[in-house]
Design a protein around this ligand. Structure first.
Ligand code: SF4
Length: 109
Protein backbone atom coordinates (compact mmCIF):
# COMPACT_ATOMS: atom_id res chain seq x y z
CA UNK A 1 0.00 0.00 0.00
CA UNK A 2 2.81 2.40 0.75
CA UNK A 3 4.22 2.01 -2.77
CA UNK A 4 0.90 3.14 -4.27
CA UNK A 5 0.80 6.23 -2.11
CA UNK A 6 4.36 7.14 -3.07
CA UNK A 7 3.50 7.21 -6.77
CA UNK A 8 1.38 10.32 -6.36
CA UNK A 9 3.44 13.46 -6.90
CA UNK A 10 2.92 16.32 -4.49
CA UNK A 11 1.16 13.95 -2.09
CA UNK A 12 1.49 16.58 0.57
CA UNK A 13 -1.54 18.30 -0.91
CA UNK A 14 -3.80 18.70 2.12
CA UNK A 15 -6.98 18.66 0.05
CA UNK A 16 -6.33 14.98 -0.74
CA UNK A 17 -5.80 13.83 2.82
CA UNK A 18 -9.42 12.73 3.20
CA UNK A 19 -8.96 10.08 0.49
CA UNK A 20 -6.83 7.94 2.77
CA UNK A 21 -7.97 6.54 6.09
CA UNK A 22 -5.46 5.62 8.74
CA UNK A 23 -6.77 3.03 11.18
CA UNK A 24 -5.31 1.28 14.18
CA UNK A 25 -6.69 -2.27 14.22
CA UNK A 26 -8.07 -3.60 17.52
CA UNK A 27 -5.17 -4.97 19.51
CA UNK A 28 -2.78 -3.60 16.92
CA UNK A 29 0.11 -1.32 17.57
CA UNK A 30 0.97 0.08 14.17
CA UNK A 31 -1.59 2.12 12.20
CA UNK A 32 -2.65 0.72 8.84
CA UNK A 33 -3.24 2.76 5.72
CA UNK A 34 -6.66 1.94 4.30
CA UNK A 35 -7.16 2.82 0.65
CA UNK A 36 -10.73 3.97 0.22
CA UNK A 37 -12.72 3.87 -3.02
CA UNK A 38 -12.24 7.64 -3.19
CA UNK A 39 -8.48 7.16 -2.97
CA UNK A 40 -8.50 4.55 -5.74
CA UNK A 41 -10.57 6.86 -7.98
CA UNK A 42 -8.25 9.80 -7.32
CA UNK A 43 -5.20 7.59 -7.89
CA UNK A 44 -6.51 6.47 -11.30
CA UNK A 45 -7.37 10.05 -12.33
CA UNK A 46 -3.98 11.34 -11.23
CA UNK A 47 -2.20 8.50 -13.02
CA UNK A 48 -4.08 9.39 -16.21
CA UNK A 49 -2.80 12.97 -15.91
CA UNK A 50 0.75 11.76 -15.34
CA UNK A 51 0.51 9.48 -18.38
CA UNK A 52 -0.70 12.41 -20.50
CA UNK A 53 2.26 14.47 -19.28
CA UNK A 54 4.62 11.59 -20.07
CA UNK A 55 3.30 11.44 -23.64
CA UNK A 56 3.11 15.17 -24.33
CA UNK A 57 5.70 17.09 -22.34
CA UNK A 58 9.40 17.37 -23.11
CA UNK A 59 10.07 18.21 -19.46
CA UNK A 60 8.47 15.08 -18.02
CA UNK A 61 11.75 13.55 -16.85
CA UNK A 62 12.49 16.73 -14.94
CA UNK A 63 8.99 17.25 -13.57
CA UNK A 64 7.46 13.83 -13.18
CA UNK A 65 3.96 14.91 -14.02
CA UNK A 66 3.28 17.96 -11.91
CA UNK A 67 1.07 18.64 -8.93
CA UNK A 68 -2.42 17.13 -9.10
CA UNK A 69 -3.96 19.90 -7.03
CA UNK A 70 -2.77 22.50 -9.53
CA UNK A 71 -4.22 20.50 -12.41
CA UNK A 72 -7.54 20.26 -10.61
CA UNK A 73 -7.58 23.94 -9.65
CA UNK A 74 -6.66 25.20 -13.10
CA UNK A 75 -8.43 22.71 -15.35
CA UNK A 76 -11.05 21.08 -13.16
CA UNK A 77 -9.56 17.63 -13.72
CA UNK A 78 -6.54 15.61 -12.67
CA UNK A 79 -6.22 14.36 -16.25
CA UNK A 80 -4.81 17.71 -17.45
CA UNK A 81 -1.20 18.35 -18.40
CA UNK A 82 0.32 21.84 -18.48
CA UNK A 83 -0.64 24.38 -15.85
CA UNK A 84 0.46 27.92 -15.08
CA UNK A 85 2.14 26.46 -12.01
CA UNK A 86 4.30 24.03 -13.99
CA UNK A 87 5.01 26.70 -16.59
CA UNK A 88 6.43 29.05 -13.98
CA UNK A 89 8.08 26.55 -11.64
CA UNK A 90 9.46 23.98 -14.08
CA UNK A 91 9.31 24.84 -17.75
CA UNK A 92 10.60 28.41 -17.58
CA UNK A 93 13.28 27.46 -15.08
CA UNK A 94 14.43 24.54 -17.24
CA UNK A 95 14.48 26.69 -20.36
CA UNK A 96 16.53 29.42 -18.66
CA UNK A 97 19.01 26.89 -17.26
CA UNK A 98 19.35 25.17 -20.64
CA UNK A 99 19.81 28.50 -22.45
CA UNK A 100 22.53 29.52 -20.00
CA UNK A 101 24.26 26.17 -20.37
CA UNK A 102 24.25 26.57 -24.14
CA UNK A 103 25.70 30.06 -23.80
CA UNK A 104 28.38 28.81 -21.43
CA UNK A 105 29.27 25.94 -23.74
CA UNK A 106 29.39 28.26 -26.75
CA UNK A 107 31.68 30.74 -25.02
CA UNK A 108 33.95 27.94 -23.78
CA UNK A 109 34.69 26.73 -27.31
S1 SF4 B 1 5.99 20.46 -16.80
FE1 SF4 B 1 3.73 20.52 -16.75
S2 SF4 B 1 3.09 19.47 -18.63
FE2 SF4 B 1 5.25 18.94 -18.24
S3 SF4 B 1 5.24 17.03 -17.07
FE3 SF4 B 1 5.26 18.72 -15.60
S4 SF4 B 1 3.10 19.13 -15.13
FE4 SF4 B 1 3.13 17.93 -17.00
Amino acid sequence: MQAVAQQIPCSQNPEMQSAVAVQVPPGGFFPQLVLTQKFRFLHDEIEAGISACREQCEFFLLCGGGCPSNKLAEHGTFRATATAHCELTRRVVAEVVLANLELALASAT
